[in-house]
Each structure stands twice: as C-alpha cells, then as structure tokens.
Design a protein around this ligand. Structure first.
Ligand code: G4P
Length: 529
C-alpha cells in the first residue's frame, strides 16, 4: 500500500457502535445497515425469531440463538465511498463491561431510541460512558410506524436528560398507521413511506419543497398543514446541525424512521458516512498517537471465547490505532516485551470468519489468543507505549466459589485467574482466608464462569452467597498510612486477579464510613487495565 493510498484508506474509515435500551431495535437496525451495505441480500436472514431467544439460564444456547448479536462482533461493509466498521455490543445487560470497553474502541456512536418510550435506563448509562470521551453521537428515533410520543417532546427529553443539543435532520409526518414519511430538512424534500417493504431497499418517492401542492396530495391536507406548522416551530426552537459541535460531542443530529420498515435508516447512514469522524488520535501513557502515522499500533478491548465451536481458541479483538496490519507481520506485545508474528488475524462478517490481508487505522482485527493476551494490551511495531483509558468496573455482585472435588484447587485457581485476566469476571482473594470470591457486574457472568470452568478447565464448582456489597480499588500516596490502613481494615481487604489491593465492603454504609474515616485514601470504583 503506497503512502497516499494508506492515507486515503484511513480517511474512509467510520468506526462506530450502537447504544440503545434492549428492544429499542438495535438488532433490526443492524440488519438494515448490513442490507444497505450489501453485506446481506435480504433482511430476515440474520436473526432467528424472537421466540427462539433463550432463557438466560443457558448462555451458550443464548449466544447461538442471538446469532449475529453476540457472535458477529465486528461487521465491516462499504457504503458510499466509506468503509464502515460496526462494532456490536452485547444486548444483555449482564455483559455491560464488554459494552463499555467496546465504546472505547469506536470513534462515534449511533443512539437508537424507541420513540414510543423515549430515553430509557440503559441508554442513559451507556451515554454516561460516551460522555467521558465526548464521543460524537448520531440519534435515530425508531418505530415511527407505531403510536409514538410527540417528536418535540422526544428532543427535549434527549436535551434535558442526556445534556446534548439536538439538531433534527429529518422530521416525521404522522406516526403509527398514519405514518407517511419524513421531511428531510437539509435536502428540503419529503420522502414517502410505504409499509411492508422493510426486507428490501425501497424505491422512495420524494417531493421537493414544503409548499409543493403534491405534498398535500400525498400525505393529506391535515398532515401537510401540521408539518408546515411544526417546521416553523422547529426552525425557531431547535438547533441547526453544526459539524464542529457534533464532533465535540455537544450536539447530535436526529433522524426519524422505522428500522422494521427500513425507512429512514439510509438517511441516518448517509449522515454517518458524511459527518462521523474518521479515526481519531488516541492517548497513550507516552504521547498521543495519530491514526495517519505509518507505524502500526493497536489495543485489545475485548476477548471472546469459543466463537466457533470448531476453533477452540479465544479471539482478542484489537482496534488498529495507527499504521497498517498486513498478514505475517511482526508486532511487539508491549506488556510482555516480546515480538510475535501474526499470520492469521481474522475479521467477522455476518458470522463468517475471513482472514484479513490488510487492515488500517480504524479497523478491528481478531488475534488468536492462547492465553498470553489480556484486555487492555497494546501492540506496536516496536515502540514502548500503552494505550490508556480502557476501564475495569467495580463489580456489584459477589459469590464465593466452592469446588465439588477439593483436589482440583490448582485447576480452579488457574481457570479463575485466566478468566479474570481476559475480563470475563473479576477474582478477589481475601487476605484473611483462602476463599476465592468472584465478582460480576451482571448475574449471567456467574453462569458463564461456571460453564467455562467446567468446559475448559474441567472443574465443577458451586457458588455460595457472601456478604460483600461492593468493591473499591485502594490507592494511597503515603506508604505509612497505607500500611496502617492495611492493618486496621485487614478483614475487609483482598487482592484482585491483577494483584491490586481491594476493599470489599459488606454494606454501602460501611463503605461510606470507611471513606470518611480514611480521607487520604482513594477508593476507586473503576480501574484502568
Ligand atoms: P434490540 O436488538 O434493541 O433488543 O431490538 P430488536 O431489533 O430485537 O427489536 C425489538 C423488537 O422491536 C422486535 O420485535 C422488532 O421487530 C421490533 N422493532 C424494531 N424496529 C421496529 C420498528 O421500526 N417498528 C416496529 N413496529 N417494531 C420494531 P419482536 O416482536 O419483539 O421480535 P421479532 O419477533 O419481530 O424478532
């Protein structure tokens, strides 16, 4: 690849993830994006029927049945001269740590909101994470083919609750059975919706201009009059799209449509292709790295096991941050200070594994991991630097692990250590006894750990309740005070899987009291890898 071709390729990349509350339509919209990107031919081929969605008790079956949502973690497709990388985030709340970390690997996000419901819990939580780095957000108000809330009210809610200005790019005409389409403000044209065409890319009829009498004919006089009135209001009361403010994460362009009806998704994707940032510069412990630098670098944000039952390995997902990957190249694994040769990185397209020949900044590649790669690891073409900002969250749920066969202690320790290194769970070893405590952000994580301990490490374990309410990583600049704290709080202290000192609080009240009593000690609820 020549220098100019490399720069051209980087400039084309648009790497993003979808944030939404479960059931808002993330899977449906993903499918339509793949349809528009011609990665699939007919919508409906991606996901099994909802009835197949498994009970949460069997996570392997759940993975298989959710199909694309969990196993196809990265989808790449070309669109209007761009190369779009869509990073999937697990829909289930219990995998939220994975989701948070995935958000560190993208340059922008698409927020999908169910327009009947407005801003919901999980969206609120995920948006908090994107606010930490001012990630640019594009908004899609979904399900206009249903009875939905007043569009102006929805925009107000986003502004008030998420603290972001809204700039409507399109505006809906009616909703539910009376949904007629949208008026595209930037293009000054009305695009008419036809129901029942969601499985294909539709031929859409358009009417130029708001005063066009054809508009009255097409949507009815009442809705046309309402639209004109609303547009006057919108022009006066809401923000115009401003690229700079969008790139700073302060303003979100808003699109309306229906993912199920595949209407309006293309307007949103056009906006994303045009406005969303190409790969951005990223922080390391040494310096900022620019995506256009020639030398390769990247970091691992996620590790996933058993993606394909035929391949028993784990895949480490790496965001390329600078330079290019080419097959067979040597990379430096910075944490362990060794060079490794990567002959067979992979990418995933609608469930298929394909070998990557080349990848550039903004792309995601999958490395086969045989236990040496951890979340947060940086790889370079020789330079010693480490990407920062990949978070680890204090778990909220804790269980003590007990073996069915006490002779398998070694395997159990090894298994838990490895699973905690790859970020599947968090492990805590109290200082006062030999317990092994597993911490999780969601209940399902416990089942995943038990399943994998049995499947991969051949140990049967059971969980027992334990009175730990939350954990905090302990830091203190004064070594003497730290020693004193260690003595006094001995019974509540543990070492985590990465060797960090942790305070296990039996109750919230206990945590606040302890924080009050030790004002010079920092009790951190997140830790960087
Ligand atoms: P998620 O990944 O965010 O959890 O949501 P998903 O796409 O699975 O959508 C949740 C439900 O909402 C699905 O219905 C889906 O068909 C429906 N849906 C998505 N977009 C629209 C839309 O624009 N209009 C309408 N009316 N419905 C929409 P389901 O009945 O729960 O599942 P299924 O049997 O259709 O798969």
């Amino acid at each position: 690849m020549s220098d100019s071709r490399f720069l051209e390729q980087v400039a084309k990349r648009r790497t993003f993830a979808i944030i939404s509350h479960p059931d808002a339509g993330k899977t449906t919209i993903t499918e339509k994006l793949l349809l528009l990107g011609q990665a699939i031919q007919v919508a409906g081929s991606v996901k099994g029927k909802k009835g197949d969605r498994a009970a949460t008790s069997d996570w392997m079956t759940m993975e298989q049945q959710r199909g694309i949502s969990i196993t196809s973690s990265v989808m790449q497709f070309p669109y209007k001269g761009r190369v779009v990388n869509l990073l999937d985030t697990p829909g289930h709340e219990d995998f939220s740590e994975d989701t948070y970390r995935t958000l560190t690997a993208v340059d922008s996000c698409l927020m999908v909101i169910d327009a009947a419901k407005g801003v919901e819990d999980r969206t609120r939580k995920l948006m908090e994470v994107t606010r930490l780095r001012d990630t640019p957000i594009i908004t899609f108000m979904n399900k206009l083919d249903r009875e939905v809330r007043d569009p102006m009210e929805l925009l107000d809610e986003v502004e008030d609750e998420l603290g972001m200005m809204c700039a409507p790019v399109s505006w809906p005409i009616g909703c539910g059975k009376a949904f007629k389409g949208v008026y595209h403000i930037g293009r000054d044209e009305t695009l008419l919706y036809q129901s029942g065409m969601g499985h294909t890319i539709q031929e859409v009829r358009s009417i130029k201009g708001l005063d066009n009498p054809q508009l009255d004919e097409a949507v009815g006089r009442e809705l046309a009059a309402q639209l004109r009135e609303e547009m006057e209001l919108v022009t006066g009361a809401s923000n115009e799209f401003d690229l700079e403010l969008f790139l700073q994460g302060q303003l979100t362009p808003v699109f309306f449509g229906t993912a199920l009806g595949n209407f309006g998704v293309d307007h949103m994707l056009d906006g994303l292709a045009e406005w969303a940032p190409a790969p951005i510069a990223r922080d390391t412990d040494v310096r900022k790295v620019d995506p256009t630098e020639e030398r390769f670098s990247g970091f691992v944000f996620k590790i996933q096991a058993n993606m394909d039952p035929k391949h028993r390995d784990r895949i480490a997902f790496m965001r390329v941050c600078s330079g290019k990957y080419s097959r067979g190249m040597k990379m430096k694994h910075v944490r362990i200070g060794k060079d490794i040769k990567v002959a067979d990185a992979v990418t995933f397209l609608a469930g298929d594994r394909a070998n990557v020949e080349e990848a550039v900044s903004g792309d995601i590649i999958g490395l086969h991991n045989h236990g040496t790669i951890q979340i947060g690891d940086t790889f370079t073409e020789g330079e010693s630097l480490k990407y920062t900002g990949i978070p680890h969250f204090a778990p909220e749920l804790f269980q003590r692990v007990r073996l069915k066969d006490p002779l398998k202690m070694k395997q159990l320790q090894k298994g838990l250590q490895q699973l905690s290194e790859e970020g599947s769970t968090q492990l805590f070893m109290p200082r006062k006894n030999n317990d092994l405590i597993v911490g999780a952000v969601g209940v399902l994580q416990f089942e995943v750990v038990a399943y994998r301990l049995k499947d991969e490490y051949k140990v049967d374990c059971i969980y027992e309740p334990i009175s730990v309410n939350t954990a905090r990583w302990v830091e203190c600049d004064d070594p003497r005070m730290l020693e004193e704290f260690k003595r006094k709080a001995h019974d509540n202290l543990a070492i985590d899987g990465g060797g960090h000192l942790t305070y296990l609080a039996p109750t919230r009240v206990n945590l606040s009291l302890t924080e009050e009593r030790w004002p010079d000690i920092r009790f951190r609820s997140t830790r960087e890898h």
